[in-house]
Design a binder for this molecule. Sequence first.
Ligand code: SAH
Length: 351
Amino acid sequence: MTPLTAHLKKRIASGGPITIADYMAECLLHPEHGYYTTRDPFGTGGDFTTAPEISQMFGELIGLCLTQTWLDQGQPGRVILAELGPGRGTLMADILRAGKAAPGFLRAAEVWLVEASPLLRSRQRETLGEVRWADSVDELPDRPLFLVANEFFDALPIRQFQRDGETWRERQVGLQNGKLQLGLGGPVTRPDLAHRTDTQDGDIVEICPAGGPIIASITTRIAQNGGVALIIDYGGWRSLGDTLQAVKDHQPVPVLDHPGEADLTAHVDFEALAQAAQATATTQITPQGVFLERLGITARAQALAQRLGGDALTRHIAAHRRLTHPEEMGNLFKVLGLHPKGALPPPGLTP
Ligand code: SAH
């Protein structure tokens, strides 16, 4: 039994079943035993590999996109370059290298990272040196905001509701015969799910209570001061069904079996995020493969290939494919851009 399993059983035994969101929050960010609190989970020796860890091309193209947007918005003098959930800091390092194409952008930019895990903060310090950290978007200084979030929103706790006639029953984590067990709460009405007329009895829908307020805070800043946000994650326009997933050693595992020792994520519902972005314009959600191709990943891949041979070249070609091919990350992952109303959308997100 993991230490977190013991803690969860105690909590449920005394307070009753907990929501999926409570379960996720405990598993991912419990101050002592949480998944992100206790480890660096990325890469081949870890549990999963993210786009910036696959190839430097990913971060370089994001960096070019942000830099071009800064140029398009008239090169504002002091801006915040922020990342949510930066993992090892690899994406930001690649953004900063690409930003050298427009040195004025780097001079104008103050780097801020929003990161909950102290362990990952120190990992980010190793990669990036002394930057600034915040616990939430609300703490970022009030200036034009150039923000990126890759695989951040999928780690935010979700709640799940199963349709039962005109009511909904919440999926919960309880105890049965001393073991963690999924169950359903009593029927409740959910005005926030009234628009889910696309569902039938037994269907599960997910909401991410933390997502909307974070987007609202980002868009208020961008509407007032300028800037852009690029939200990259897996999911679709409207989520349907149970998408909660646990991953350990690059393999899916049952969601209740390894509390604190497996990554837990859910698909991002981009419709809900776009609806919270009233203060700014939103782009259409664009498949990651299309976005990277429009920004020139193939030309960049060819240029880098000139200097490679043997295994390194094989790995490089595989990385290009993995980031862009529809059967790999190219289609499952989407990019949503938020920008001031009336400003040009960021490159790569319009046909
Ligand atoms: N963007 C990185 C890492 C993705 S993993 C990459 O693409 O490689 C999710 C990241 O979000 C981790 O750094 C994790 O510690 C952080 N995180 C998760 N929940 C968070 C929260 N509520 N607030 C701040 N950071 C969070």
